[in-house]
Design a protein around this ligand. Structure first.
Ligand code: ASN
Length: 309
């Protein structure tokens, strides 16, 4: 044993907390490096919008409400996600990504899932005229880059955790296949049953995920799921971009169109795109094998738990 270097057994709770938080910083650096090398432009986040992601219908979401404020006669929503803004950004600038803070007022029971926060940051990206397969290939390259660049990160020895190694291409399933094999709440069991991430295609959810024009009732979207029980990592889709289809989907979902007026008024000029977003804290929880995603936050934002500051 080298002198002056804490081994895992010697590491205190404070050392481990520091290691997890430094791993967040390392992951942000490597993520920024990856997107830069892929020629994808980083944007600053939007935090208030006249429209935001409705987060439904989606069986994975339990938000009680979308936080909103009135300012000088306009109603603004805190970002549930920047998906609607991404659709306009990609039209103007081409491939883009954002480290985007999201506020999602989840039900208190979600605190026990180990993976829910009411405030978190996602790395959210969108590619013009891309298909789902392009996005999945980009995400697989990203994880290989993480594995290659993080392998000698000191956090792993402090935490006594093996640095990650990823071996894509990863298995691709439909949600129908997964539900058939593991039951309707397939995510946790399927995650425990894998030792590499895997893809789950075709979820019925928000209006902006494109419904397959050749197979109505099927959706051109995808989730990435971490192995070893860590659950959902990323969600994304090819997008609805034709304004008539968007209006039809919003009406079909029974969502009040008033909250989307600013978006719908401009929707005429959208272009086809595809993208995805992954939670930075969930990624670091998985890499550091933390018991709860709140353990990688300096100021915990766990539903049902009192925030100290
Ligand atoms: N970021 C996701 C996407 O690109 C949307 C979300 O976070 N709800 O599809």
């Amino acid at each position: 044993m080298q002198e002056g270097r804490a081994t895992a057994n010697e590491a205190s709770d404070g050392d481990r907390r520091g290691a997890r938080l430094r791993l967040v910083s390392e992951v942000i650096w490597r993520t920024t490096q990856f997107f830069h090398e892929e020629g994808i432009t980083q944007l600053l986040p939007v935090m208030l919008g006249r429209s935001t992601d409705p987060l439904g219908p989606d069986p994975g979401s339990s938000v009680i409400a979308t936080a909103e404020i009135d300012y000088l006669g306009d109603r603004f929503y805190l970002m549930n996600s920047m998906i609607l803004h991404k659709q306009f950004a990609v039209r103007e600038l081409g491939p883009i990504w954002i480290l985007s803070p999201n506020v999602r007022l989840e039900r208190p029971e979600r605190g026990a899932s180990g993976k829910h926060l009411f405030e978190f940051t996602q790395a959210d990206f969108e590619l013009p005229r891309a298909r789902g397969a392009d996005v999945r290939a980009l995400v697989e390259r990203y994880f290989v880059h993480l594995g290659r660049t993080l392998h000698d990160c000191a956090a792993f020895s402090t935490l006594d955790v093996k640095p990650p190694r990823f071996f894509p291409p990863w298995p691709v399933y439909t949600t129908h296949e997964l539900a058939g094999r593991y039951g309707p709440d397939w995510e946790a069991a399927a995650s425990r049953d894998h030792d590499q991430p895997f893809w789950a295609l075709c979820h019925r959810r928000e209006f902006y995920d494109r419904e397959d024009p050749d197979a109505p009732g099927h959706f051109l979207n995808y989730d990435l799921v971490y192995p070893d029980g860590y659950g959902e990592a990323l969600s994304g889709a090819e997008r609805e971009w034709e304004s008539d289809r968007i209006r039809h989907r919003i009406a079909r979902d029974g969502i009040p169109p008033a909250a989307f007026r600013a978006y719908l008024d401009r929707a005429q000029g959208l272009i086809p795109s595809a993208g995805a977003g992954f939670g930075v804290e969930r990624l670091v929880r998985f890499l550091s094998r933390a018991a709860h995603v709140g353990d990688v936050q300096l100021f915990r934002r766990v539903p049902g738990e009192r925030a100290e500051l």
